[in-house]
Every structure is written in C-alpha cells, then in structure tokens.
Design a protein around this ligand. Structure first.
Ligand code: AHR
Length: 615
C-alpha cells in the first residue's frame, strides 16, 4: 500500500539534486569524452628528459633506414620535447618510413566523416610527408604535406575524409625522402564533435540524456594526486592546446595531454545545462601536504581559477577565458575544497584560508567541505559537506535513511560519490542499480537536507579499467550504459519537482521503498504525478496505491505510463554484445485513479507517470 498525498506538507526538490561527477579516471576524458584521437600528441608523456619514451608512437621502417629520437627543440616553452626523425634510405620502401600513433587502443575512423590533422613541423630541407589514416585492412584517408622551406617550426593543417570504417585505425606520418624532420603537437580531431567543442558525440549524448543538474569535476583523487607535483593544476590546462604541458596523473597512472582542461570543463557544464562544481586541490595530496603557514600562494591560485571562470572579460584571468572564445562568465556557484581530505593534518587550517578568501571576494559561491556533517555539526563554516558511499548492495540500499535525521538548518549534504562496489556490483549489475535506486529515493525524500548527489565513477574505457563498476562503458567506437546508468534516468525529472508525502504500509522486510513527486514537462507543460518503487526483494508484490489530495477526475489513463528496470537474473549486466539487456522498458498504464493496484516484479525498479490533467 503506497500512499502518495499532496495534502500533507510537500518539499521543493533542489534544481541540483541529481547530477553527474566527471573524473579523469579509466581514460574517461583522454581517450574518452575528449575526442582527440592522438595519444601523447606532444611527445611529452615520457618526461622532460631526453632521450624519452615516445609510447604509444612507434616506428615504421628499420634501423637501416630510420632513427627516431626526442630532443628539447620544441617552439612551445611549456612543453619542450619534440620528435626528431632521421631518414637514411637512398631508396626507401615504397610505403615510406616514419612513425604512427594508434590512438587510445585504436582510432575510430568512420566512412564519410572528416578529421582535422594539425601538426608542427621543422626541417633543414624540403619535406614531403604522407599523412594517412590506416585501418587493419586498408588505407582510409591520405594526404601529402609538402613544403620547401620549414627551417622554422611551421604549423600545417589538413582535413582528411575517410573512405572506409575501422575502429582500430592509426595515424601514420611517412616519407620516402632522405633527411631530418622534427614533429611536435600532432593532433587529429573528428570535425563533428559536439558543437565543435571537442566532446565525443556519442558519449556526450549519454550525459545529456541524464539531464544532470550539476557536474562535479575534475576529480576525485585526480585532483589530489598521489603526490602534489602530479596534482591537477588548472593553470597548466588553459590557453591553446599546443601550449599545454600535459601531466601524469599518478593516482590513476596515465598521462593526459590536458586537452580537456579547466576551460573545457566549464564549457562541458554549459553544454549540458548543468551547474559546474569545481573541486580544487587544497594543498593536499595522498602523500604530501602544504603547511597552512605557506598555503597562501595556493589560495591565490584558486582565486585566479575562479576569476578565470567568472571574472570580467577585461580582468587578468577573465581575459584569457575571453580569448579562448567565452567572453561571458561561466555560471560557477559551487567549489569544493579538496577531495576526501578531511582529518588530514592540514585540512582544517588550509580549508579556513580558502574559505575566507573565497567568501570575501565571492560571497555567493557555495563552499563544500570534505568533512561529513550528517551526524554531528561541522566545526568550521561550510555551505555543503561532502559524503561518499561505496559499499555492498545491502548497505547502500539500507542507507536510504542516512539523512533522515541530518540537520535541516546547517550545511546541506553533497553525496558526490555513491555506488555499490565489490562482488554485488559485478561489472555493473542489476543488483547494484536497485540498491542505488533505493538509496537515491532516500536522498529524494530528504531533499531538504541533501542538495546534490552523483554516482561514481561516470565512465570507463574498457582498455583501462582502473575502477569498477562505472556508469558508462566504452571503447573507441562502442558504448553502453550499465543498469546504474539507466537507474539514474528515473530521477531525471526530480530536479526542481515537488516531493509529495508518501508512505508504504506494511513493509515487513523493508524490501520496498517508494517516493512520489509532481513534475511538469518542459516541452508541453504537462503535469505528471510520478511514483517510484524499488522492490529489493525476490518476490513480486501486489501494491495498492492510494492517492490523496488530487481530484481523481484529473488523473488520466491516456498518457500515463509505467517504466520498469528489471531482468531475469539479479546479477544480469549489459555488455557490448547485449547492450540493452537491463534497460528501462516503458508500457501504457491502464486504470489510473486515486486507488489503483499494480504488481511490482521481484528485484525491480518501477516508475509510474500518471498524467494529471490540470486544465
Ligand atoms: O570514484 C573513484 C574514487 O573514489 C574517487 O577518485 C575518490 O574520490 C574516491 O575514493
């Protein structure tokens, strides 16, 4: 028996309640959402000393015809490494000798699509370089870069149109001419990224479909670094891409060229219609810490980062944003001081310095503390407190009431990372999604204590699964959502909706949880009563729904629907082979009224959208 009532007190759900958390983990950005196809495009990944490892670049030809090395002759001062290619052959092989880049476990080159190659080149003599996109069976696109005089570094660009498809292609730069050529900053981008902003379309659409109220970025542990010297430093990720040094993310163990940088994260938020939540490094990594007595330069760094996002286009840092194509300020309203650093020696001291500087300059910015304020008041000022939960399915499901007794007066909760992990999760199981759905219903019911929540992690490139499970699984050409991704669709309309009072009686084994909201579609202004029910138990349950406070004549069967997320086996997962095994299934809902009966399947998440004719 679910009782949903608009007579009892209602709650306005924050516009930001359900959002997403993007971390550069599992190649979520580099080799993922950021559509750059070349990996290690500036040859910097091997470090600043020479000779250096040029991985994943490789050589075409043998030692009798070509030697490839690195030196520090680049024209870009922040990233000095360039690649030098010495070609010896008097008569080179017909296909030429040179170098190739396989991208991130293969480049996805698609027939009819165009790709923009940009590179920097230098040589003492004329050059004749053949550029090609090569699949395992055939060459898919080719062009020649010919120049007489490139003694100085010269930027060259070419658009390549593919005449075939291969998800495991590579970029080749070859020549049949003897001589020495230097290359640097070699980039290959599909021309059809979202709005030309550099985001891989299919992955971007998966995010857009979630209609996130906010996006937290860029980490996670990625923000902290194993060591501070490898932490994300926003100033190194702005300005034209060629000038960015890139960095080695030592927590998740890979190099990023930082094409997806501070500017692009804000652009991503804007493109998604989501409020940006910037998590910044507070002078603390997993291993080392900056003492509070010397934290002020770090505070200034963050003040500059806020000015970059919000400042006047004529301000020092706002002008750089404007030069990058965005004169209007970004809508930065939330910042988080570090990630999972509460309790570390310098956290509180550093936090207070950041807090006071930010509040003085930007009193409207909401500041998120890493310390959990759910069970006792914080000992420092904050607008929100961060809360993370990774646990078994039972624990996550039964944490639905975690915020029932949290303070309604002090800082609000930001559940910025939640997920079922361990054996219950498989690599993204129905069981995990159901537990998380129950937990999210609990958050929704406590929306006067919880302001934001996001699942973690968001993405995994299957070739580098550093963390399991994840919401969206992909490789160079394919993708699918795990049941946890689809579970989040059931909350898409919650942001800004009205929560109604609801209860379930009886609920002997506590295996049911439900909520009710009223929401309006943005497209056609139709009003719906949405009831969500998770059945975490293994038996089907007949439920009598009783709705109070809404005139039954207003409830319409035509236009009302039921959507269900379930499967025959609790541990069922989606996969590249069967991407839609566990996805929401929608059907019409008959016999809608103020008293109605439905049966919810064992192990299921059910959503009822009842059309309320408000005219
Ligand atoms: O989401 C994966 C990691 O889990 C995050 O980087 C970190 O904040 C948490 O420990």
């Amino acid at each position: 028996f679910v009782n949903a009532s608009s007579k009892a007190p209602t709650k306005k759900i924050p516009e930001t309640l359900f959002g997403i958390f993007f971390e550069e983990i599992n190649h979520a950005g580099a080799g993922g959402l950021w559509a750059e196809l070349v990996s290690n495009r500036g040859f910097e990944a091997g470090g600043p000393n020479t000779p250096s490892n040029i991985d994943p670049w490789s050589i075409i030809g043998d030692e009798s015809s070509i030697i490839v090395s690195t030196d520090r002759s680049s024209c870009f001062h922040q990233n000095k490494i360039a690649l030098q290619m010495k070609v010896f052959c008097d008569i080179c092989p017909a296909g030429g000798v040179g170098i190739y880049n396989p991208g991130f476990w293969g480049m996805n080159i698609e027939e009819g699509k165009t790709y923009k190659l940009v590179l920097y080149v230098r040589s003492l003599g004329p050059i004749n370089v053949s550029v090609s996109l090569t699949g395992s069976k055939q060459t898919l696109a080719t062009a020649d870069l010919v120049a007489e005089h490139v003694w100085k570094w010269t930027k060259m660009e070419v658009i390549l149109k593919a005449n075939g498809t291969d998800a495991n292609s590579r970029l080749q730069l070859t020549t049949t001419k003897k001589g020495v050529i230097w290359f640097d900053q070699v980039s290959l981008m599909p021309t059809d990224t979202f709005k030309g902003h550099g985001f891989r379309n299919d992955l971007f659409e998966m995010l857009k479909d979630l209609r996130p109220g906010f996006i937290r970025f860029p980490g996670g542990c990625f923000v902290e670094g194993e060591w501070l010297r490898n932490a994300f430093r926003w100033k190194e990720t702005i300005r034209p891409w060629e000038q960015r040094p890139g960095h080695f993310g030592d927590v998740w163990h890979y190099w990023t060229d930082d094409g997806l940088g501070h500017f692009e994260f804000f652009q991503l938020a804007e493109d998604l219609g989501a409020v940006p939540v910037w998590v910044f490094n507070n002078g603390i990594s997993h291993t080392d810490q900056v003492d509070t007595s010397v934290i002020l330069p770090f505070v200034q760094e963050i003040m500059d980062g806020i000015e970059f996002a919000r400042g006047d286009p004529h301000s020092k840092w706002g002008s750089i944003r404007a030069a990058m194509g965005h004169p209007e300020p970004f809508d930065l309203r939330y910042v988080a001081v570090g990630n999972e650093d509460c309790g570390k020696k310098n956290y509180l001291g550093n936090y207070l310095k950041f807090h006071s500087a930010i509040k003085q300059a930007y009193p409207d910015i909401k500041i998120i503390s890493n310390c959990d304020g759910s069970s006792r008041p914080l000992d420092h000022p904050a607008d929100l407190y961060d809360y993370h939960i990774y646990s078994s399915a039972n624990n996550v499901f039964s944490s639905a009431g975690k915020f029932d007794r949290a303070s309604r007066n002090g800082p609000k909760a930001f559940v910025s990372e939640y997920a079922v992990t361990g054996k219950d999760a498989g690599t993204g199981s129905l069981l995990a999604a159901l537990a998380e759905a129950g937990f999210c219903i609990g958050l929704e019911k406590n929306c006067d204590a919880v302001e934001m929540a996001s699942y973690a992690p968001l993405f995994v490139n299957v070739n580098d699964r550093m963390w399991n499970p994840d919401a969206i699984v992909f490789d160079s050409s394919k993708l699918y959502g795990t049941p946890s991704y689809w579970m989040q669709h059931f909350f898409r309309e919650s942001n800004g909706a009205t929560l109604l009072a609801s209860s379930i009686q009886p609920n002997p084994s506590n295996s049911l949880i439900a909520s009710a909201i009223i929401w309006k579609t943005t497209e056609n202004d139709k009003m719906y009563l949405r009831i969500k029910v998770v059945n975490f138990g293994s038996s089907s349950v007949d439920i009598q729904i009783s709705i109070a406070g809404i005139d039954s004549n207003l409830l319409k069967s035509i236009g009302s629907t039921k959507t269900e997320l379930t499967s025959s086996n609790l541990m069922d997962e989606n996969s590249f082979q069967v991407p839609n095994k566990v996805v929401p299934v929608k059907s019409v809902l008959a016999n809608v009224g103020e008293d109605m009966n439905i049966t919810v399947s064992p192990h299921s998440f059910t959503l009822l959208d009842l059309l309320v004719n408000s005219n």
